[in-house]
Design a protein around this ligand. Structure first.
Ligand code: ADQ
Length: 456
């Protein structure tokens, strides 16, 4: 069996809560042997041209340095102020700075040189996410002919938005240097194909192959899943343990997100406000618990969305709270996975309403955590990748406040038989394509790609 070399922005440490993706990749590395490579936890004064061994264990974990300047220009800059907004349909938020592109190219070139030192013939290389789009091209230039796969966790950008990228001419070359480009949904595969259609020389085959002047690769959808069994077990174990100080007939809605402008949390609060405004006097009270720990707080766009969120929550609570009822409980702290599972199970509905999202695993975790005999209702944005699979959700347009308010009312009033049928349908899909399915199908597809060296 081929060794696996994983490249991702961060290497998970033992101290962090292990999510499904981390556990799944860990299992692959245990099974196949290999190396997990990512950036060191803290930026350094100088980025040395070397990999540092992290901890000990059944497979190696190696970290490359990022200097303070690279953290600023590569990570916060190009990755999160150019690519992230572009890929989430927010070209208006792109920050243009030549230093960003320079750092992005330099870090990717260094990571490629370091990778080339550890890759052996026959190894499969799996690159994760938008931080490393040019790494395969840099590896090819160093003579690495191994199979290299890429998985994009975010949406693929719309063809009409790509001209906003300063490196728009290089972008197709970056992709074409991989053997396999994995995307979350069929919608993303179509977006990629549309982008390449602009190239008159590009040929598409029926299997998803894209043949360009810069090389051939396969583009396919691998919707990421969750560890369904372990989530069910966690939800069952924590059932009822959470003391939420809610009245017995009080309805609970839940939202769980990293605080990011792509997650649509302000729109969600506004919709909940519209629901409260229309709520009949005698309807049971509903509380929305929103957990949203800040992320990328160094960036202006993230500070702005936080202020906007806090202002909206404050205004709505001011308008609707009563002495014994706070409609929105907004929590900035991180909540452990076991407690989340219990909260999901207790909640009558989840509001997963991003404006753009690669997949959104909270949608899947919420469904897995439900009691099948009395399940809650998932309210899901059309713009989450998960919408392609989760037909049993109440699908909403997150920009349409009225529609979302009506979906909240419908979710809280939905008859048991309807809730059960929707839940059962979604569970079937979750079990069929869980996280093990995801790693196995991606890696077996990558292993089947025609080896470049052999093909040449
Ligand atoms: P993220 O944007 O980080 O990831 P998401 O899929 O929603 O988003 O969450 C990833 C994990 O973090 C989930 O397991 C979730 O439970 C956990 N999480 C999120 N918010 C949390 C909170 N406030 N407290 C505790 N845990 C929280 C990117 C893409 C997504 C894609 C994933 C996986 O943006 O679209 O689904 O990668 O591919």
């Amino acid at each position: 069996m081929s060794r696996l070399i994983v490249l991702s922005n961060r290497i998970p440490t033992e101290a962090e809560p292990a999510g499904g993706l981390v556990v799944a990749l860990h299992e692959c590395l245990m099974r196949q042997g290999g190396i997990w490579i990512g950036s060191s936890a803290e930026p350094q004064d100088v980025a040395h041209e070397e990999l540092t061994e992290i901890g000990s264990g059944p497979y190696r974990r190696l970290a490359f340095d990022l200097s303070h300047e690279e953290h600023e220009n590569f990570y916060l800059g190009y990755a999160n102020s150019v690519l992230w907004p572009l890929f989430h349909r927010r070209s208006d938020l792109i920050a243009f700075d030549a230093a960003y592109a320079e750092a992005y190219a330099a870090v990717n070139a260094r990571v490629a040189r370091l990778l080339a030192q550890v890759i052996r013939p026959g190894d499969l290389v799996w690159v994760h996410d938008y931080h490393f789009l040019p790494v395969a091209r840099a590896l090819r230039a160093l003579g690495v002919a191994n199979r290299i796969g890429f998985f994009l966790h975010t949406p693929f950008p719309l063809a009409a938005d790509i001209p906003a990228l300063p490196e728009r001419d290089e972008f197709p070359e970056w992709l074409a240097a991989f053997d396999l480009v994995g995307l979350q949904t069929e919608r993303d595969v179509s977006a990629l194909q549309e982008h390449f259609r602009a190239d008159p020389a590009a040929i598409f085959d029926l299997e998803g192959g894209v043949h360009t002047a810069h090389g051939s690769f396969l583009a396919a959808a691998f919707p990421i899943g969750i560890d369904v069994e372990s989530f069910i077990a966690q939800a069952e174990a924590s059932d009822g343990a959470e003391r939420l100080a809610l009245a017995p007939d009080q309805r609970l809605l839940i939202g769980v997100d990293r605080l990011d402008y792509s997650k649509g949390i302000v729109n969600r609060f506004e919709a909940f406000g519209a629901y409260l405004a229309d709520r009949p006097e005698d309807a049971p009270r509903a509380t929305l618990i929103q957990i949203a720990p800040p992320s990328r707080a160094e960036l202006e766009a993230y500070r702005e969305i936080r202020t906007e969120l806090e202002t909206t929550a404050g205004a709505l609570n001011g308008a609707y709270a009563e002495l014994d009822w706070t409609p929105i409980r907004y929590i900035r702290r991180n909540v452990q996975r076991e407690r989340l599972a219990g909260l999901y199970r207790r909640a009558n509905a989840a509001l997963v309403t991003p404006l753009a999202d690669g997949m959104n695993l909270v949608a899947k975790e919420y469904v897995a955590a439900q009691d099948p005999d009395d399940p809650g209702v998932l309210i899901l944005s059309h713009f989450a990748g998960a919408a392609e699979q989760m037909g049993g959700a109440l699908l909403v347009n997150p920009y349409d406040t009225g529609e979302m308010a009506r979906a909240i009312a419908a979710a809280l009033e939905m008859p048991l038989a309807d809730r059960r049928a929707r839940h059962a349908g979604m569970m079937e899909e979750l079990l069929a394509r869980d996280i093990s399915w995801w790693t196995e199908s991606f890696l077996s597809t990558l292993a089947r790609q025609t080896h470049r060296a052999a093909a040449e």
